[in-house]
Design a protein around this ligand. Sequence first.
Ligand code: NI
Length: 240
Amino acid sequence: MHRRLFALALAAALCGTALAGTAATSASAATSVTVDCRRVKCVALTFDDGPVADTVRLLRILKDHNVQVTFYLVGKNVQSHPSTVRSAALAGHQVGNHSWDHAKLTGLSAAKVRSQLSRTDAAIKLATGKKPTTFRAPYGAHNATVRTAAARPLVHWSVDTLDWKYRDTARIIRTVKAETRPGDIVLLHDIHKTTVDAVPGIIQGLKARGFHFVTVDQLFAPDRLPSGRVTYHNRGAYRP
Ligand code: NI
């Protein structure tokens, strides 16, 4: 009886662990088996500053196209939209830390920078069950204090769509299609409607050029990103 109870408890514990630990990563794990960025053209689309209400629409578009991306989320927005963050993780998207309230971190003390990161880590962990493994500094602004406090890789970008500035869907699509090379990381902001509107066109345009869509982790696999250093792209990986 006791043994049977123990076996049940163990099975439940293992099952619980498996669900909590792999639900968010199973989709990306499945993709990483089939996509080798050393042999095929890869691009990582990244969406910053959310989540906002419209992120739900973006998730639907990405699901319709079977595309996984990486989100760099602002902690206070995670706190407001935890179920959106959980849905994103469950759909196989990667979730990264983008500070608590999008402060310019180079003007803050080490303690305040650490707090910006740890509060956001906690909010994301509460929503997804996982602490984010990468960080993107707001405005791309970093110094030694920020890099040390991050205690993980800083992932910035190599294709800047300036979507926040122009708010022009056709222009965003054109920029991404024209500028993206294998290994690139594309900077987008789903807080702007014009950007979410551009996503189907971006996907279509890059697919036509033979690109595969991967998360940041997949883009750098099998290598590990260096902690406390800024990475902008993985253009060197592609050697067909
Ligand atoms: Ni930002």
